[in-house]
Ligand binder design. Structure first.
Ligand code: SF4
Ligand code: SF4
Length: 55
């Protein structure tokens, strides 16, 4: 399951825009993935410029 690595996320919001399921939100400048909505497509893993999401 795609997870945000704390400390690497810069809160840029790129993953929010790329997620086909709109499973990502930003809270306190950190991306948060809703596991109930995420279907593990891993598009966000490749989209994050900081390597902050591990698949
Ligand atoms: S693309 Fe990466 S750095 Fe940007 S908000 Fe998403 S997880 Fe954070
Ligand atoms: S793995 Fe896919 S569905 Fe899950 S948060 Fe990332 S882009 Fe969205």
């Amino acid at each position: 399951m795609a997870t945000v690595v704390k400390g690497l996320c810069q809160g840029c919001g790129i993953c929010l825009q790329i997620c086909p399921r709109k499973a990502i939100s930003i809270n306190s400048a950190q991306a948060v993935i809703d596991p109930q909505i995420c279907d593990d497509c891993e598009e966000c893993v490749f989209a994050c410029p900081n390597g902050a999401i591990s698949g």
